[in-house]
Design a protein around this ligand. Structure first.
Ligand code: GDP
Length: 509
């Protein structure tokens, strides 16, 4: 398929969603204005919302179907396998130099004072810099707060030929040693955490390698998420005991698709780094996803409506099986009461989730072996789900979303975040480009955005994105005018950032 075709197809899906956010939010605001004085009007609005959501589902169903019947499915599958295989082979090549002693190395310490998600993202950042500098990553992880014996007991070592203790003197620091950025011939360069990295190299997220960017842009709705997912694929190869634990947990839970992964982050995060969101808000997004799936299961294929023999025979009548869908949720949280609450409030749902795992996630017990296994299990099953509902302010959910990209050619729109858009901690500016003009109207009581400032857009304008308000508008800063304000989300597209990474010509395509 052409790049334009794939981008347009994904655009329609995003557009339907944004249109729905817009009308949903506007109608709810109207309802708040109307009630309680105009009861009828308020009821009418509720009914419009209900009917319109069915319209939306039908539209989305048809676009989704388009991707199934356009004949490019096998290409998408192959392309995603080939791209992943290429990146994985490059990482293996980089990480396994035949002669470790003479190889240039990048030293990364797994001692960042933060949670598991944040630490894994730290290691991903180290490996990205390693890839960008052609230095073999050496991970120093003894005394890791989640597992004192180190990373290698949990996951496959990042290198088979270049272990953290690499020479007879018992130290990898032999040879010349320098702090970042070092010199080209420095043997070992030690990398600080991204927050204190200076100078910043061009290949930090959100950049993807220029040599892969054209293929990624065609394959995937958010290439940086795919790219980060590939580093996680290399890094999080479980040791046999961890794999065994995941397998037995899957059996115990009865993990089965279709299933929605829900992550509810509470305890220390709420009120400090993120706002509180009630269980109902998560579950209404889950309901919406299952309603969509149910419609797709019961709708007749369009060509199936032709008289006998006139159809192309490629679509069977729905045989009535699988119409009743068991609604399943994998619920991960650091607050055990959330799981208890969900089971009581949503009896029609099968809630998979373990309060005893959630208990190990509490701040007081968080940095221990049992908590480590708990968070590995939770991230694993969140990432195996068909759809994610969570807050992207949490690294736990962002990791699950990144890993999710390994399982499908493009899972970029399989999420609902109740707060932030996707980001990578320490990333460069996130830019979007206006594709349609927008004229800022006077704000005030009659304006859809009330008193908020609105940005004027000209096609080609670059906008530094602050966030999506999930009501049809996003907030950002116009690079042309320097102004900050709201703009209609559907008038801009993400800009894919590219950087010149090494191209690893030794690794055949
Ligand atoms: P963030 O603080 O939510 O951005 O994510 P971090 O991963 O950096 O730190 C939060 C830590 O809290 C995790 O690493 C876990 O140790 C714990 N935690 C948070 N949510 C969950 C959850 O849903 N399940 C489990 N098992 N642990 C969690």
């Amino acid at each position: 398929p052409s790049l334009e075709y794939e981008m347009t197809r994904r655009r329609v899906v995003d557009g339907v969603q944004e249109l729905w956010y817009y009308f949903g939010s506007q109608l709810k605001q109207l309802k708040a204005l109307a009630s309680p004085r105009f009861k009828q009007l308020s009821e009418r609005i509720d009914n419009i919302l209900k009917e319109a959501s069915e319209h939306k589902r039908a539209l989305l169903m048809n676009v989704n179907r388009l991707a199934e019947v356009d004949g490019y499915g096998p290409w998408r599958e192959m392309e995603s396998l080939e791209l992943s295989y290429l990146v994985q082979r490059r990482l293996h090549y980089l990480q396994n130099p035949p002669d470790c002693a003479s190889a240039k190395k990048l030293l990364c310490n797994l001692n960042k004072g933060c949670g598991y998600g944040c630490q894994v993202h730290h290691v991903v950042y180290c490996l990205i810099v390693a890839y960008g500098t052609r230095r073999t990553l050496v991970l120093r992880s003894k005394g890791w707060r989640y597992h004192k014996a180190g990373w290698e007991e949990v996951f496959h070592p990042v290198s088979d030929t270049c272990p953290p203790v690499a020479d007879p003197s018992g130290s990898i620091t032999s040879g010349s040693h320098a702090h970042w950025p070092g010199k080209p011939n420095t043997q070992v360069v030690e990398l600080p955490i991204v927050d204190s990295l200076s100078p910043r190299p061009p290949y930090l997220p959100l950049a993807v390698p220029r040599d892969l960017a054209p293929r990624l842009a065609r394959l995937h709705g958010d290439p940086i998420v795919w790219w980060v997912g590939q580093f996680l694929k290399f890094l999080l190869r479980p040791q046999p005991n961890v794999q065994k634990m995941l397998d037995s947990t899957a059996r115990k839970l009865g993990f089965q698709r279709p299933i929605v992964g829900v992550h509810i982050r509470r305890t220390d995060k709420v009120g400090t780094e993120a706002a509180f969101h009630p269980l109902e808000e998560y579950m209404s997004a889950v309901d919406e996803w299952f309603d969509q799936l149910e419609m797709e299961r019961i709708a007749l294929p369009l060509s199936g409506t032709l008289p006998d023999g006139a159809g192309d025979g490629n679509w069977r009548w729905n045989d009535g099986e699988n119409k009743e869908i068991k609604r399943r949720v994998y619920l991960a949280t650091d607050d055990p009461s959330v799981i208890v609450d969900a089971k009581i409030k949503y009896p029609k749902y099968e809630i998979l989730g373990d309060p005893s795992i959630a208990r190990t996630a509490a701040v007081s017990t968080r940095y221990s072996d049992s908590s480590l296994f708990g968070i590995i299990i939770d991230i694993h099953f969140l990432s195996m789900s068909d759809y994610l509902v969570c807050t992207f302010s949490s690294q736990v959910c962002r990791i699950a979303y990144e890993i999710m990209q390994q399982l499908r050619p493009d899972a970029s729109n399989r999420f609902r975040s109740l707060d932030d858009i996707y980001y990578y901690g320490g990333q460069g500016t996130h830019l979007r480009e206006a594709v349609l003009p927008h004229k800022a109207q006077d704000t005030g009581p009659g304006s859809p955005v009330g008193q908020d400032a609105v940005l004027s857009l000209e096609p080609g304008d670059l906008i530094g994105v602050a966030g999506n308000h999930w009501d049809g508008y996003s907030k950002g800063k116009s690079m042309r005018s320097g102004r900050v304000g709201l703009y209609p989300s559907f008038k801009v597209v993400d800009r894919i950032e590219m950087a010149d990474f090494p191209t690893y010509a030794e690794v055949p395509l």
